[in-house]
Design a protein around this ligand. Structure first.
Ligand SMILES: NC(=O)c1ccc[n+]([C@@H]2O[C@H](COP(=O)([O-])OP(=O)(O)OC[C@H]3O[C@@H](n4cnc5c(N)ncnc54)[C@H](OP(=O)(O)O)[C@@H]3O)[C@@H](O)[C@H]2O)c1
Length: 288
């Protein structure tokens, strides 16, 4: 099987590296050149253009930033779909909205390409250590044909139903993640204002039964005042936007996620988009 990986950002570069570790015949493409260098040293073929990247591929993985970018790279004029072999599989790992995944499937069908939505749970270290969890939407037989490759990048693969169900579940995860982070931050800051010790709060609060377990890791970022990026704040803002748009499509009120989105919008506007999303704490702390 010839495999192509498009989008070598924080996540994609590490996912592609894990395919290489398993001796996969891998072609990679990235808009900017820098992230391709290490993979080239590891044995990947670097394509200079999208057509070159996908023309021979049996499976194309994409891990791009937003649905708009996936649309440009795959669905647009001279996009990847037009260049791919009939019968090839496109697995999109990007976090997108379910409606976009459906649009991608309809377009892929027109070109004889099999589409699966394959977003992931986990962040930078999980991508690096092949400990991601894939949420897959799409045809079960097609999933079987890519399963070995998903296994090289993950600890678990969950098939959630037809196309768009992977994207749907991923959206729910991030809606909870963003809100839990905001709740944790506000709680710590109020605790400090009431005169409780910051270290005590950062140790004790994440261990309560009412807390989201991931706050243990984010407490360490807050303690060190180090928000080096794992999951960029700007993409959390994007995910909240996609969730609120999706809620509108379903006429489902989403009070708190809409409010949370605006806090992430303001932090992004303040230049914090490329910090980890836990930097929402710094934003609140500085009272901007
Ligand atoms: N980081 C995480 O913890 C995490 C976890 C789960 C899911 N996700 C999701 O996974 C996706 C990727 O996240 P990431 O953290 O890896 O993001 P990232 O580091 O910002 O990488 C984004 C990728 O998209 C490419 N890109 C952006 N605009 C483009 C354009 N106009 N044309 C072509 N390529 C373009 C970038 O290319 P350049 O290198 O040239 O900029 C880069 O390869 C996002 O949808 C995110 O929500 C992230």
């Amino acid at each position: 099987m010839k495999i192509t990986f498009i989008g070598l950002g924080i996540m994609g570069s590490r996912m592609a590296a894990n395919l290489l570790k398993s001796d996969v015949a891998l072609t990679v493409y990235n808009r900017s050149e820098e992230p391709t260098k290490l993979l080239e040293q590891g044995g990947a073929k670097v394509a200079a253009t999208i057509p070159e990247a996908v023309a021979d591929a049996d499976i194309v993985f994409s891990m791009l930033s937003t649905p708009e970018v996936v649309r440009t790279v795959f669905l647009g004029e001279n996009g990847a779909l037009m260049q791919m072999k009939k019968g090839a599989i496109w697995a999109d790992c990007t976090t997108v909205n379910p409606s976009f995944s459906m649009e991608a499937k309809v377009m892929a069908d027109q070109y004889g390409i099999h589409f699966l939505d394959t977003p992931v749970a986990g962040t930078k270290p999980h991508a690096e250590n092949a400990e991601l969890v894939f949420f897959v939407g799409g045809n079960a037989e097609k999933l079987i044909s890519i399963q070995a490759y998903l296994d090289m990048m993950s600890k678990k693969v969950m098939h959630l139903g037809e196309v768009s169900k992977g994207a749907s579940f991923k959206m729910l995860v991030n809606v909870m993640l963003a809100q839990s982070m905001l709740i944790f931050s506000e709680t710590v800051l109020l605790g400090e204002k009431m005169g409780l010790d910051k270290d005590f709060l950062l140790n004790a609060l994440p261990n309560l039964v009412v807390s989201a377990p991931f706050t243990k890791f984010k407490a360490e970022m807050i303690r060190a005042n180090d928000y080096s990026v794992q999951f960029p704040l700007e993409w959390m803002y994007k995910d909240l936007h996609l969730a609120t748009t999706t809620a509108y499509e379903h006429q489902q009120p989403l009070y708190l996620a809409n409010l949370t989105k605006e806090v992430f919008a303001a932090a992004t506007q303040n230049g914090m988009g490329r910090l980890d999303f836990a930097a929402i704490h710094q934003y609140l702390e500085e009272g901007k």
